[in-house]
Design a binder for this molecule. Sequence first.
Ligand code: CO
Length: 156
Amino acid sequence: MALRKIVLEGDEILRKKTKDVKEINGRICELLDDMWETLEEHNGVGLAAPQVGVLRRIAVVNTGEDGVKVELINPRITESSGTAEEEEGCLSIPGFVGTVNRPERVRVEALNRQGETVAMEGEGLLAKALCHELDHLDGILFIDKATDVRSLEDDA
Ligand code: CO
């Protein structure tokens, strides 16, 4: 495993649409392992492949809630309901937060490392994180959707 460098806002790779993973091979598994290590190093909730410079539909989410560590290959939101307005940030936009309106509950289908289709339902923080990471896979950042974006330094 190895730490990967996080791509910061302003780099156009974060604005590109990612491509589906065609074959889950050793390189993809290594990428996933590296993404977990990088996410943990930065105490993040989620990380999407474009944030480490890879234009594939891959993301990892760890909400810190018991046992919620999800690995997503080719994820799609298949259902969503409700709305929740919450503050969020992004490892690619350090030092900033914004208020974003997201679905309160989502159902996501993805592949796991074994290539099996898995479905998961998330609400609250998990729903927010899933939506945030899936947006990354389409080149969308939270600052595009936030009703307000502010520097954390303003709070100091
Ligand atoms: Co992000």
